[in-house]
Ligand binder design. Structure first.
Ligand code: SF4
Length: 327
């Protein structure tokens, strides 16, 4: 008996030093027609779920949420609470293993690779141009357009300022919306010359003020061109895969996670729990995973190392096993 007590105490001490993660907060009716909140908690890196009572203050906040957003008996995860998925490190390790070959298009032709042999200032501009051209365009096509600009000696702020909009659009064709993007490029270089001393902006706000650059690209350019990580670059792959894995969203009813609707919601949700040291790496990691295995249509769940615990596994029709489209 004494041995059991000692073991239990040691286990308690071991657990108390580990971080607990909120899984759900469930509103339950009581006999007196009142409500009470039951929290379900998990220890990080553990599969075990335990229940606990919230503090009085937490209970008041949760009950208010319940009244304002839903009916009784709902399961909520307050947006202010960390929503760290219990097995996220295991999942990330699995994705890293599947991406170890580094043979996805993003690995050789993503914005991260743009102008990699150019001097720092020209490289920063190349990253910005690559980001601007990449929307609605495959990596291969964007890469080809940036390469042609470089080969023709106009991949710099000064030369784009001298070039005509028509000639730029002809060089970057068949990038999606190439005429509009040529026009954006001309405006971008004017702003760089007038407001940023002939360099690209070095702040998120400065980048967001450029035409054709939204939050997704601004974060990518800050991460890659300035190596100043301010947030996660969430593109369509990161948005889709984060939702498939149940990494983002709010638990609203029946304990089922509701998907985030926009990349911005996904970014905020991911940033609420993913450690900042992972923010720069997560984009190329998930983009390549989305290009090769967790594809938009018919993901290759049969080949995926995560298929035993991914909530979306085998829920969409799978791609033919072989050959892989990129190989
Ligand atoms: S199991 Fe399927 S849906 Fe889930 S991450 Fe893997 S490929 Fe994507």
């Amino acid at each position: 008996m004494q041995g059991d007590a000692t073991n239990a105490m040691q286990e308690g001490l071991r657990r108390s030093s580990r971080k607990k993660v909120l899984v759900t907060a469930q509103i339950q009716p009581t006999r007196k027609r009142q409500k009470r909140v039951v929290l379900k908690l998990a220890y990080e890196n553990d599969h075990e779920i335990s229940t606990a009572q919230p503090s009085k203050e937490e209970e008041i906040v949760l009950l208010k949420m319940d009244e304002s957003e839903s009916g009784p008996n709902n399961v909520l995860v307050p947006s202010t609470s960390p929503m760290m998925p219990v097995r996220w490190k295991e999942v990330l390790d699995g994705i890293r293993k599947m991406r170890a070959s580094g043979d996805a298009p993003v690995d050789s032709m993503g914005c991260e690779k743009a102008g990699s042999f150019l001097p720092p200032k020209e490289r920063r501009f190349a990253v910005l141009v690559s980001a601007l051209l990449s929307s609605q365009t495959k990596d291969e096509v964007t890469h080809g357009a940036v390469q042609r600009l470089q080969d023709q000696g106009i991949l710099s702020i000064e030369e784009i300022a001298r070039a005509t909009e028509l000639s730029i659009s002809q060089i970057i064709y068949p990038v999606g919306f190439y005429t509009r993007k040529a026009s954006y490029l001309k405006k971008v270089v004017t702003l760089c010359q007038e407001k940023h001393e002939g360099d690209i902006p070095n702040t998120l706000k400065g980048l967001l003020d450029l035409p054709g650059i939204g939050p997704k690209m601004a974060h990518l350019v800050m991460n890659v061109a300035w190596e100043n990580v301010q947030g996660i670059c969430v593109d369509t792959h990161v948005h889709r895969i984060s939702n498939r894995l149940g990494w983002v969203g709010l638990s609203k009813s029946s304990g089922v996670m509701q998907r985030t609707k926009t990349p911005e919601q996904t970014r905020l949700s991911l940033e609420s729990w993913l450690p900042p040291e992972e923010w720069a790496a997560i984009n190329p990691l998930l983009v390549g995973f989305g290009q090769t295995i967790c594809t938009p249509l018919r993901p290759r769940c049969g080949e995926c190392l995560l298929n035993t615990f991914c909530p979306a596994a085998f829920k969409e029709a799978e791609s033919p096993a072989k050959p892989s489209p990129k190989k």
